[in-house]
Design a protein around this ligand. Structure first.
Ligand SMILES: [Zn+2]
Length: 352
């Protein structure tokens, strides 16, 4: 790594903004002072934690000119994930099997807030600063959020708090107003392609496919690349969709029942995401915008569906999918939602 460069792909504007706050003497534009609290917002797996960790590394680095320097003791401790002045608070997982919506079935709890408040007050062990990263603030329970308000507003001079969350609408306005907000946007496809090839040794073909599928979320693409079974899972979701398109109502309802019984949240939302990408591709092809398709390894089948299913039907079903997806995030009546989803699934009207 080059000293002074952050270990982050893309999000260049945000990196530059914080670099100029960190090194106001060398910044050419956008000179700002460091804030005591930052809120990093963005879609799941867009890179919020990676970004926050890189910022923490730069904040704790003892090289004041080019941080992170990757050579000082502090940088080495960060690289080894054992810096005593960097603390992460994560939502803790509930033991019950409630059918909740979020990928992480966790919560930031009151006792974590109390630990944080005690810890923030203690002096740093290595250098001049302590950095606290609070992950997924949208999963905080109200007690946690209220307890940390004062700390977030006025931490001791040595402490900097970094908070990540999906969207500001999911947070108390009192949390948002106490932080400098950094909103990370999805990365452009070429950035993802480059990152996957250079950082994760993906082939050009793999990188192109994943960059199209990931919606600008590098973390999602890396997960597909390196978690065993992830890529097969996508193909299974597609094959299931193709089978259900040709299935009768009875078989569709039987599948809805099985899926609801399984209560496998992660699989369900991953399936819905794949299905949305599929129908979007069909619609794009019908609109002669094939270049923008995501599932480029399945072009023939996309073309077939684009020809065999009416465009209005595809459009309506995409809207239904998005509506049901939103409904599933706020309901426990999964069976009803899946029945509606499956009964409305388009059928092939003409053979190609
Ligand atoms: Zn360093």
């Amino acid at each position: 790594m080059i000293p002074g460069e952050w270990p982050v792909y893309g999000h260049t504007w945000a990196v530059r903004l914080l670099q100029s706050a960190l090194h106001p003497e060398t910044a050419t534009a956008g000179n700002r002072r460091l804030s005591h609290a930052y809120l990093v917002l963005g879609a799941p797996q867009v890179g919020k934690t990676t970004f926050a960790r890189a910022f923490a590394m730069a904040l704790l680095c003892s090289n004041r000119q080019r941080s992170p320097c990757y050579t000082c003791r502090s940088c080495q401790l960060m690289a080894a994930d054992s810096h005593p002045d960097f603390r992460i608070l994560q939502p803790t997982v509930r033991a019950d099997k409630e059918f909740v919506v979020d990928r992480q079935k966790g919560e930031l709890r009151a006792e974590q807030a109390e630990t944080l408040i005690r810890d923030v007050a203690l002096r740093p062990m290595e250098g001049l600063r302590k950095v606290f990263l609070i992950q997924d603030m949208h999963l905080a329970n109200p007690t946690f959020a209220n307890k940390i308000l004062k700390t977030l507003e006025e931490p001791p001079a040595h402490a900097i708090l970094l908070v990540t969350a999906r969207h500001r609408a999911e947070l108390l306005s009192t949390i948002v107003s106490r932080c400098q907000v950094i909103e990370l946007r999805p990365l452009d496809q070429p950035v993802i392609v480059g990152a996957l090839q250079h950082g994760w040794q993906a082939s050009a073909q793999e990188a192109d496919l994943l960059a199209r599928l990931c919606g600008g979320r590098l973390g999602w693409a890396v997960d597909q690349l390196h978690t065993p079974g992830r890529r097969e899972e996508r193909i299974e979701h597609l094959q299931l969709l193709w089978r259900l398109i040709s299935a009768d109502r009875l078989e569709r309802l039987r599948f809805a029942g099985e899926m609801a019984m399984q209560r496998d949240n992660q699989r369900l939302f991953s399936m819905l995401e794949t299905w949305v990408s599929w129908w979007r591709d069909v619609l794009l092809t019908q609109s002669k915008c094939d270049d923008a398709c995501s599932n480029v390894d399945q072009r023939d089948r996309i073309a077939f569906h684009a020809q065999a299913i009416d465009q209005r039907v595809v459009c309506d079903y995409l809207l239904t999918l998005k509506r049901i997806e939103g409904y599933l995030r706020h309901t426990v009546n999964v069976r009803l939602a899946l029945d509606v989803l499956l009964l409305n699934l388009p059928t092939l009207q003409q053979s190609a």
